[in-house]
Design a protein around this ligand. Sequence first.
Ligand SMILES: NC(=O)c1ccc[n+]([C@@H]2O[C@H](COP(=O)([O-])OP(=O)(O)OC[C@H]3O[C@@H](n4cnc5c(N)ncnc54)[C@H](OP(=O)(O)O)[C@@H]3O)[C@@H](O)[C@H]2O)c1
Length: 290
Amino acid sequence: MTSIAFIGAGRLGATLATALSRRGLPVCAIASRTPDSARRAAAGLPGCAAVGAAQAAQAQLVFLTVPDDEIGPLAARLSWRAGQRVVHCSGATEVAVLEPAARSGALIGGFHPLQIFSDPTRAIELLAGSTVAIEGPPALEAELRGLADLLQMRSLVLPAGARALYHGGASFAASFLLSMLQEAAAIWGSFGIDEGVALQAMLPLARGTLDAAAAKGLAGALAGPVSRGDVGVVARHLSALERLSPQHAAFYRELTRRQLLLARASGRLQEQRLTALEELLTVGATPTGT
Ligand SMILES: NC(=O)c1ccc[n+]([C@@H]2O[C@H](COP(=O)([O-])OP(=O)(O)OC[C@H]3O[C@@H](n4cnc5c(N)ncnc54)[C@H](OP(=O)(O)O)[C@@H]3O)[C@@H](O)[C@H]2O)c1
């Protein structure tokens, strides 16, 4: 069976090493900048040793799970051989950064789990059902798909050169959700609700919205005043937000404009209502719903 090593015993490296080892794969070596990090990650994994990076780089399949800026320099510093597979787990960094390994005859690729790795116990639970973006030549792509299957993850094959758009786009489904909640909490804060109370109230709403999207797709899940063509309600929102601050109003305007795309796609609204909403959202138009 292919020997597997990790270089970089951080949040992702330690989690993935544990998950693969639990599925019976021979994770034989873990290296890290700090030997203690490697020892902690290797402890409890059968047949796995904490080693130096040069030794870990001798495994048949080597994951470079270091911070993105470190991947290229590390790949350039270590020695590789033909037939090895060298893979990074970054979403945003191109696989070409591993070129020094390819020049020695190794196959190079990407294996980016589209999930958050902060608390290791929770991260392992989240792997099953999550997607992993895979990139590499056919033989390596097949091998990485096999790992994804073993972890019960869905595979998404990325074309070369698409990673910045892939990762930038995914931000909207990840950390930008936090910015949405921050905006909501800031607006509620203006009438005295603190962030903890706002989150308690809004997280079930956010989860309900995501569940609806999973069940009905984006356009089908759309609810709220735009979905009903309630121009008066949108006008009242806008005029209150304008009084609060032009920045809040501008953000609301832009998002509501994007919602019109979903409202149109849902086919539920008459053209007349859509036009009235569009006019209301035009910068310079005065909301009348005060
Ligand atoms: N965390 C996530 O949610 C997530 C999700 C998807 C993809 N990723 C990707 O996974 C990769 C790792 O991210 P992470 O969040 O796991 O980072 P992290 O928690 O900061 O861990 C990085 C690890 O690499 C070690 N390290 C740093 N420089 C090194 C070097 N030159 N040589 C050897 N080891 C080195 C660190 O040092 P010590 O040994 O001193 O501890 C640390 O253990 C990144 O490419 C990231 O884009 C992360």
